[in-house]
Design a protein around this ligand. Sequence first.
Ligand code: 13P
Length: 286
Amino acid sequence: MPVVPLKEIVDRAFSERYGVAAINIVNDLTLEAVLATAVEQRSPVIIQTSVKTVRSIGVELLFAMWRELTAGIEVPVSLHLDHCPDRAVITSCLRKGWNSVLFDASRLPVEENQRQTIEVVAEAGSYGANVEGEIESITGVEDDVGSDEEAERQSLPVAIEFIRATGIDVFAPAIGNAHGVYHGEPKLDAQRVSDIVAAQPIPIALHGGTGMTDAQFTDLIGRGCAKVNISTALKVTYMQANLAFLRGAEERNSWDPPSLFSSVRDAVKDMAADHMRRFGSVGRAW
Ligand code: 13P
């Protein structure tokens, strides 16, 4: 299977209760490394781009990279726009060919969020694309979007009505998860995932994946978290692998960029494979 709609990937993972890593890439090297890992591991994968990455590389070039690197790919992959409050960016990504978007109107009152999400679902639908929705912002700043203050959680009936009325394909609830680095083991409201799924069976997006324990992943994926977002782990791996290699290069006084790239690529691949194993998606490609 090559590039497929996000819904195909998450619906299957949801019904078979495994998680698919949704990894935020930052450039061509990380995009290629994550895709190569998915092929090696026979795992579906979701490639995510933050608005910051879309703006820094540009919609055209970013999509050209995606198209070239997924040409002939034999595992199911999907391109997703992460937290985007900006309707213009949503429109330009959908027009270009992104498979799904997270319309992040969590700063708006729920009624207005719901009204606009209905519009985004219709817009995405006209391109055969899918939509992830959220009504509470996930704590922490992710590529300049968000806030460190924990948002108030909406009641279960409000969440259920939002999912039902909007027709979104994936729902991202706040359950005590946060973007960035956790200080200690996060305290997560796993029951909230079960309550939502029991009332409205929909694949759940687990944000703030970096730093959760294996037990937490297994438990939450079993409850319906079919899409597991990983961004900070890639950033840390990427930066630290560069730093380690460059320190060695300085010591050796040897300056060969391709060796740097291959060393960083290996580190990113190890990180991605590790998450695919922990989420149970290895060997699940169809
Ligand atoms: P982390 O930065 O904690 O990995 O979370 C990623 C995420 O949820 C992206 O939306």
